[in-house]
Design a protein around this ligand. Sequence first.
Ligand code: SIN
Length: 326
Amino acid sequence: MRSFVIAAMATTMLTTAATAADITIKFSHVTAESTPKGQMALKFEELVEERLPGRVDVEVFPSSQLYNDDASLPALIFDDIQLVAVSLSKFKKYTPSLQLFDLPFLFPDMAAVDRFQASPEGQELLDSLDGTGIVGLGYLHNGMKQLSANTPLIEPDDADGLKFRIQASDVLAAQFEALGGTPLKKPFSEVFVLLQTKAIDGQENTWSNIYSKKFHEVQEHITVTNHGVIDYLVASNEEFWNGMPDDVKPVVEEALQEAIGYGNALAQSIDDEGRVNVEASGYSTVHELTPEQRALWVEAMRPVWAQFEDEIGPELIAAAAQSSGS
Ligand code: SIN
């Protein structure tokens, strides 16, 4: 009996040794698997495990299963997780310059976001977290933001007095204050319940996030504003990333860039599909703005640029505006 137990233990140890990878990359994020970020994360897992079998194991935790965004950056710094793709709106504590991406009506569409990110200024911003323990590895797209509430938001005055959930961003707070609204910084994982219980009146998000998290089921009106962008910084713990063995790191890096390219190539169609699904569901009425109505929103929100010019840097804002043709 004793020799049987020892043999069984030895078999277990051998099996463990054969299957356990040398390196584990825990990738925590907050959106559904159907979103561009969810798809990118799964692609990264597939590519790495195919190319480095037994050496690197990627564990993906979607939908805030492990951490919400605010908790994930400290967890990354402590090396509890090794990869994140956090909204650029949530980095204020670590760098003021990424607040650029929250300026309302800076980018007319995702092509303009792409152009700026590929520019020398956009690429330099990837290094803006140097010294924080976080290394920026690339930009990942979600899409343009739309506004939703339980009352129609056709002109800026319609937002006056309403409570809006925002990401942890002072620029977004200023944007809603400029409309006379009350901004509330809350994690993405809490938005549905806040809307459902009417603790908040509205929110801003992309079509794919609205649809995959069912916000449209608890919001009667959605206005096509495209007033801002949700984009991500894919980032790792600097020591972990640079400490990977020489025969592993380039393979992981290449897989990551391929996965980012894959996610970015899918982003627009996933967002378009989100809109089609929201409209087909019949829960919310979708409002298009006339050029005159849109101009009123631009006029109401645009003063936010001047408020943050010193923190972000006027040259950076000018470079982004130039890529946008705005
Ligand atoms: C995300 O897309 O990662 C979350 C966006 C949000 O917090 O609204």
